[in-house]
Design a protein around this ligand. Structure first.
Ligand code: ZN
Length: 334
């Protein structure tokens, strides 16, 4: 497996940020370490990223499943107030990152230092999205898939702090292996740790849902067929409702425009899979002279949604009924 150049590693980081639902700004040139701004919906983080390829530990004296990054080209990791410093490895073979805790490696680094992680953690992250690895001395490394990148940045310090308590680390390991576990029942040492565990669990479930829904619809909007990496996985019964489930049959792949229109109840799908535009909303928009583009919008909609090939992945009638009911479609003229 060829090793990636620094500019290829930067591309990998940027793709991961976008893949995890965040946006990115380049704050510096192509020089390593990379300075980026990661943001979405009112949340924003400035990050400084050190990254190297992950390779096998090598040498008969090292454990067979030990992998590592070899730190080259710098003798210390910069840390600045207001900036999150990421020390990452990338394993191209299975497409996962390893994140190391910069606070455990402050000061001048030794000669040609390396940071280790074990193969089972990397492999688990490829499967479930995320896996902590206990390095001992209260330090943990975190293996994660590209679609977890935004969550890793957001929770950087709090995630690595789980190394301080074996009880908390056990809870984090449980969530990484079983994202559906009830996090309210996991023993942890503080409310802050529970908040992080719950956030990780939610993110892992979201990522799984998104992946399965987008794959089921071949990354095409169910209402118009658009791809271009502009599709989201939308819940038919919204995630805030108690009956909502993270199953493909409660999902729809929708482009950004139609996701917004679906959430605003301007457009929906009916139980026979037909696509409907709300006449009541159209009348209201027309009355307030906000109906510009309506004709093109209507013409861009399929008459019936594009369905997944696998029958069990198709929107479930009960989900469609409940979704339409709680979005107000049955109480208004359509
Ligand atoms: Zn669309």
């Amino acid at each position: 497996m060829p090793l990636l150049s620094k500019s290829e590693l930067l591309d990998t980081i940027v793709s991961a940020i976008v893949d995890s639902g965040w946006n990115v700004l380049y704050l510096s040139g192509p020089e390593h370490p990379f300075q980026l701004q990661v943001y979405r919906q009112g949340e924003s983080y400035r990050i400084l990223v050190y990254i190297w390829n992950i390779s096998h530990g090598g040498g008969a004296a090292r454990p067979a499943d030990e992998y590592r990054i070899q730190v080259t080209g710098t003798n210390h990791f910069q840390q600045q107030p207001g900036v999150k410093t990421l020390v990452l490895g990338w394993w191209q073979e299975i497409g996962v990152f390893a994140g190391f805790d910069v606070r455990k490696h402050s000061g001048v680094l030794g000669f040609s230092p390396s940071l280790q992680i074990r193969k089972p953690s990397l492999e688990q992250a490829a499967q479930t999205g995320f896996a902590p690895y206990d390095k001992g001395n209260q330090e943990i490394a975190i293996a994660f898939r590209p679609d977890f990148f935004g969550e890793y940045v957001r929770s950087l310090e709090s995630l690595h702090d789980f190394g301080q308590s074996s009880q908390d680390l056990a809870a984090l390991e449980t969530v990484s292996q079983q994202p559906d576990v009830n996090t309210a029942e996991l023993p942890v040492t503080s409310q802050a740790r529970r908040t992080t565990v719950t956030s990780v669990s939610r993110k892992l479930r979201d990522a799984k849902f998104r992946k399965s829904v987008l794959a089921a619809y071949s990354y095409r909007c169910a209402f118009c067929g658009l791809q271009l990496n502009l599709t989201d996985a939308a819940h038919i019964v919204p995630v805030t409702h108690e009956s909502s489930v993270d199953r493909t049959f409660n999902g729809l792949a929708l482009c950004a425009l139609h996701h917004r229109a679906f959430d605003q109840s301007l457009v929906t799908l009916w139980e026979d899979y037909s696509v409907r535009c709300s006449e009541e909303q159209v009348a209201r928009l027309t009355a307030s002279a906000r109906h510009g583009g309506l004709q093109g919008f209507k013409e861009g909609l399929y008459q019936t949604i594009a369905l997944p090939n696998i029958v069990s992945d198709r929107p479930h009638v009960d989900c469609i009924k409940l979704g339409n009911e709680i979005r107000g479609w049955l109480t208004r003229a359509t």
